[in-house]
Ligand binder design. Sequence first.
Ligand code: AMP
Length: 397
Amino acid sequence: MKILVINCGSSSLKYQLIDMDNESVLAKGLCERIGIEGSMLTHKPTGKDKYVVEKSMPDHKVAVQMVMDALVDPEHGVIAGTDEISAVGHRVLHGGQYYSDSIIVNDDVKKVIRDCFDLGPLHNPANLIGIEACEAAMPGVPNVAVFDTAFGQSMPKKAYLYAIPYEYYEKYSIRRYGFHGTSHRFVSGEVLKFAGLDPEKGKVIVCHLGNGASISASIGGKCVDTSMGLTPLEGLVMGTRSGDVDPAVLQFICNKENKTVNEMLDILNKKSGLLGISGISSDCRDVQNAQAEGNERADMAIKSFEYRIIKYIGAYVAAMNGVDAIAFTAGIGENDAMIRKDVCDSLAYLGISIDDEANKVRGERKMISTADSKVKVMIMPTDEELAIARETLELVK
Ligand code: AMP
């Protein structure tokens, strides 16, 4: 069975066609600058050359049609006809408090996605447009919504409530939701199996360290806490996001620099984190290169990034009264041996010890703790597209 995975942003559309018989990627690609001048599709069929189409894409409907055309193209395509696509799995950012699992899209689901526009103003409208474009292009083919917030729905109330007047939770559903949920669910599930932990009771901390970064604590694959909040701004230091700050900082800077709250949120989302502290780049590798050359702000950016992870791990060990395994995933987590080592060296109090040789590995599923380490530590590559395809298959098979 072949499943198409779609991830729509406001002006982009990423896709992968996966053959679920052997979980192989048949083709993947990206539509960029949808609705903007200079739009283009980059299509990469597995084992064949990249195929680029520069053509106007006024909206996502046109983009979906171009993806279909590329998939069935006689030269660059990978299927004979779109009827080979059995289902489409969509990454949807925000499912509010309604969905703790993926679901086949119907009118009620579309209403919920629409009702959550307030909570995910940049992504949810694009996600809905992507779903409707696929409905139009492939009538009768089921669409499945896989919510980034679903994993966080198992958190206990004490973990997701903010200590603000309760009426805001009641009136507007203001609470911690957590994001990167598809990745955290996938990785924590794989860790339980890979580390041979009790599937019901295994306590796992997943550090998803990419340009966006978040951390989750789960017991038996069920999330009990996670660092992102109402929006993806809270928690760890990220590429351009600040993560945790005292909310009074907003008021202070607004007054001093004559800025609005919206402008400040833009700064906290887009100009902070590694970029903000270093003043160099949001990309971890650039900041590390500057650090190696002796740049003090770059050094401080990396140290703050690591320190926040170390603090959260300590908090989550306390929240779960222990931990069996810690996993590193996403661009930095999978590739950066130095950050993994620095973080783990600060966790010696948990009886953690790292095998420096094993830790040299990049992007591979690998145990990096020594045999006598009291907590298993591993690299577990995330695969959000495969996770979406698996959840879609579960619902439609
Ligand atoms: P992601 O958002 O998961 O694509 O991760 C992007 C981040 O991963 C960027 O900060 C990159 O600098 C970092 N990254 C990607 N590859 C490597 C690598 N080989 N070594 C260190 N960091 C990397």
